[in-house]
Design a protein around this ligand. Structure first.
Ligand code: IPE
Ligand code: IPE
Ligand code: MG
Length: 256
């Protein structure tokens, strides 16, 4: 129980505002299709929704926001869409980093970034370095990310430590594995939001979502605004998180 991010007692006693929100930003393509626009127009509009949600998280005092921008499976899309998405990432990063920095946002990326164009990798590293000391909000963008990849890379690192004689295989437990995952230094997500109506995880934060409250909305990502965000927060605050305990135990712990 030493590893705080997974310590359920501290999560039971936290307030109504999630410390960490993880979002699957889905529905850009359908938003565009409804308007007889190319899919790319939906992705571009989606950037505006990112700005709105970052702002809303800051206002609410949310500590961490993790956004799924590109999955390890999204390479299967038509080459043209993938290319345009890469251009949009590049363009958005160039344009937004200074603003995020001024607003105290620490920007980070998770996922296998070696697959991205070198120019994009450089910009990602520069953005992380520029914003590293900011403390208002940690904004993590999952790009070429997959939950299975994350668990796999954590296992690889543990195996390397065992091979180097730093760690005994018998000492590998949940905390040891969690400490090697991409979001090891953040509390686990309290609230998961998926826009666009699909009710699936799509290989997002598989390990970290074990006890996250799941919220699905039909709203397409480009339409997700401050009000839609508020509705998600209300849903979250109406839930009783039990982490295996009984409802009565939870009431007692909270009342204590
Ligand atoms: C999510 O929107 C954005 C990415 C996966 C990059 P989609 O592009 O999946 O939108 P739909 O699901 O086709 O509407
Ligand atoms: C999940 O959305 C990935 C991102 C939002 C980046 P998808 O639209 O790719 O998910 P599936 O394929 O419908 O499960
Ligand atoms: Mg989709």
């Amino acid at each position: 129980m030493a590893h705080t991010p997974s310590n359920p007692d501290s999560r039971l006693l936290q307030g109504d505002v999630p410390r960490h929100i993880a979002i699957i930003m889905d529905g850009n393509g359908r938003w565009a299709r409804e308007r007889h626009l190319p899919r790319h127009a939906g992705h571009r509009e989606g950037v505006k929704a990112v700005r709105r949600v970052v702002e809303a998280c800051k206002l609410k005092g949310v500590e961490a926001l993790t956004l799924f921008a590109f999955s390890s499976e999204n390479w299967r899309r038509p080459q043209q869409e993938v290319g345009l998405l890469m251009e949009l990432f590049l363009h958005t990063l160039k344009k937004e980093v200074n603003r995020l920095d001024r607003n105290g946002v620490r920007l980070r990326f998770i996922g296998e970034r070696s697959a991205f164009p070198a120019k994009l990798q450089d910009l990602m590293a520069a953005a992380e370095a520029q914003t590293a000391d900011n403390q208002e909000l940690t904004l993590t963008v999952a790009a070429n990310y997959g939950g299975r990849w994350d668990i796999g890379q954590a296992c690889r690192r543990l195996a390397a430590r065992v091979a180097a004689g730093e760690l005994q295989a018998a000492d590998i437990d949940e905390d040891a594995l969690a400490a090697e995952l991409s979001l090891a230094d953040l509390p686990e997500p309290d609230l998961f939001v998926r826009t666009g109506g699909e009710q699936r995880i799509s290989n997002y934060l598989l390990w970290q979502l074990a006890y996250t409250e799941l919220y699905f909305t039909e709203t397409l990502w480009p339409d997700f605004d401050a009000q839609a965000f508020e509705v998600a927060l209300q849903s979250f605050s109406s839930r009783q998180r039990r982490f295996g305990r009984t409802g009565e135990q939870v009431e007692q712990l909270k009342g204590a």
